[in-house]
Design a protein around this ligand. Structure first.
Ligand code: GLC
Length: 482
């Protein structure tokens, strides 16, 4: 890679390695973070880039790409050819690179294939090969989640990459539920490494990519301080590791991209507004939604947006909605948007008839509808079992929608109950249908006090949750290892 830009001494060259990046490919919040943080880092004068697998998405098809590197590597007893392509215009505010490996990475889905272990292993080796040919190496390689977790090990212990071993590494954990475990036989696919170090690859008699990254990187961070504390006690078998590595572990909250999430300019919502005319803006947007779904706009409107999976407690939604309707004689509306577990989708479809006129669920990933829902709803429900940071509550707050959250992970760090000092949201402790129904009841009572609701909305809308603020924390983290 040829780059003549002269970076000032405190400005760094940063390479993010991730499986997802919005808008190229998104399965969850990881994509939003990797699609925003580098842009804000560049605004601060750093040189931040992203490399990811070349998934066959519509962004790939509708953009122009140039080939910047072609290479090959040994993968067990095969030779794998790969190409690195770059989005030509840098329209995202950073250089976006993708690794194409014919047959392995150029697929429609990001995850979920039987050969995911091989796919992400090959991706990481290709990234290492590419970096080996840089004219100017990065100061920091920032790896996200387990899909990039073997890179810090390869950097230090694969003979071939020894000359890169001075590069510092950071791991951000967005979700420690998934750890990239594989059988030892897969170690044959790795480039030759110092066998004395093989213990670094291992956790519980397997190769564990996330554990390996925690051991090998210079610093580990999770996307909220509270989630890091939780990992010390509950992390699917990695508790002892996090306790051992405590000194290099920290938490930095995610921000949100104010260029994308701005109710004053958002092209995906019907009526623009800000904290000075929020009453008007909220009610116009609510009207639009209620018309679309045949709801009575005078009733409070609750929404759930997200993956319909156990982690998000989506399995409790259908029951919660039914019970709440029974208890409150249908005095509210409820909209669900998201897809996931087919059993959960089935349960949410099954209640349509009973709740007709008050409830609707849409099982898809629909960016436009989600923005309109944040803009038009009164309350966002997030009863997550696990939530490392959570972005939806931050989007909701920005659009004046009161979040109802379980006090876990980043939800605990970002939402304060309105009855507490400086509060604005509704929080609860335990995962049960009863507690969620009770919290919704509190919301309905609050809704009757519209001056209070408007006061809380205004308060939330003026809290600064932008990446601008958080990016500085990452700069400090990088500086601490350089
Ligand atoms: C994952 C987590 C979510 C977090 C996001 C971005 O999707 O589940 O809580 O906000 O990553 O870091």
């Amino acid at each position: 890679m040829n780059d003549n830009s002269k970076l000032k001494s405190d400005k760094m060259r940063l390479l993010h390695v991730s499986a997802e990046c919005y808008p190229m490919a998104k399965a969850g919040g990881l994509a939003d973070v990797v699609g925003a943080l580098p842009k804000y880092q560049n605004l601060l004068g750093h040189h931040a880039m992203v490399i990811m697998p070349m998934h066959r998405t519509s962004y790939l098809i509708h953009h122009h790409w140039e080939t910047v590197y072609k290479g090959s590597f040994s993968f067990g007893n095969q030779t794998v050819d790969f190409t690195v392509i770059k989005e030509k215009t840098n329209e995202l505010g950073f250089e976006l690179y993708c690794v194409d490996i014919n047959g392995l990475l150029d697929r429609m889905q990001i995850y979920g294939y039987d050969d995911d272990a091989e796919r992400f292993l090959a991706f990481q080796i290709a990234v290492m090969e590419w970096i080996l040919h840089f004219n100017q190496i990065p100061d920091i390689i920032h790896v996200h989640d387990h899909h990039a977790g073997l890179i810090p090990f390869m950097l230090q212990h694969c003979f071939k990459y020894k000359k890169l071993s001075a590069i510092k590494t950071i791991l951000t954990i967005h979700n420690a539920q998934y750890q990239g475990c594989m059988e030892w036989t897969k170690s044959n696919l790795m480039p030759a490494y110092d066998e004395w170090k093989s213990g670094l690859l291992e956790w519980n008699h397997q190769i564990n990519s996330l554990a390996c990254a925690v051991k090998c990187v210079n610093k580990v961070n999770t996307v909220s301080k509270n989630y890091m504390l939780e990992l010390m006690n509950h992390s699917n078998g990695l508790e002892y590791l996090f306790q051992q590595e405590k000194e290099k572990c920290t938490g930095i909250l995610n921000g949100i991209d104010y260029h994308v999430w701005n109710p004053e300019q958002d092209e995906l919502i019907q009526t623009h507004f800000n904290h000075t005319n929020l009453e008007f803006g909220k009610s116009e947007n609510k009207k639009q939604l209620c018309n679309q779904f045949g709801f009575d706009e005078n009733l409070p409107l609750f929404i759930f947006i997200g993956r319909l999976v156990f982690e998000k407690s989506a399995d409790l939604l259908a029951d919660t909605i039914l019970r709440s309707f029974e208890k409150n004689s249908k005095q509210f509306n409820f909209l669900v948007l998201g897809n996931g577990d087919s059993g959960i989708e089935l349960a949410l479809s099954a209640i349509h008839e009973k709740c007709f006129g008050y409830y609707h669920s849409t099982f898809e990933f629909n960016e436009q509808l989600s923005h309109q829902m944040y803009a038009g709803a009164d309350f966002l429900l997030m009863p997550s079992r696990v939530e490392p940071c959570g972005l939806n509550q931050l989007y909701a707050m920005r659009y004046g929608t009161i979040p109802i959250v379980r006090k876990t992970g980043g939800l605990k760090d970002t939402v304060i109950d309105f009855e507490d000092e400086d509060g604005f949201g509704i929080t609860f402790d335990h995962i049960s249908v009863e507690e969620i129904v009770h919290s919704m009841k509190r919301a309905m009572l609050l809704y009757e006090n519209s001056p209070m609701v408007n006061f809380l909305r205004k308060k939330m809308m003026t809290i600064n949750t932008s990446w601008e603020k958080r990016t500085a924390d990452y700069t400090e983290l990088y500086k601490s290892v350089i």
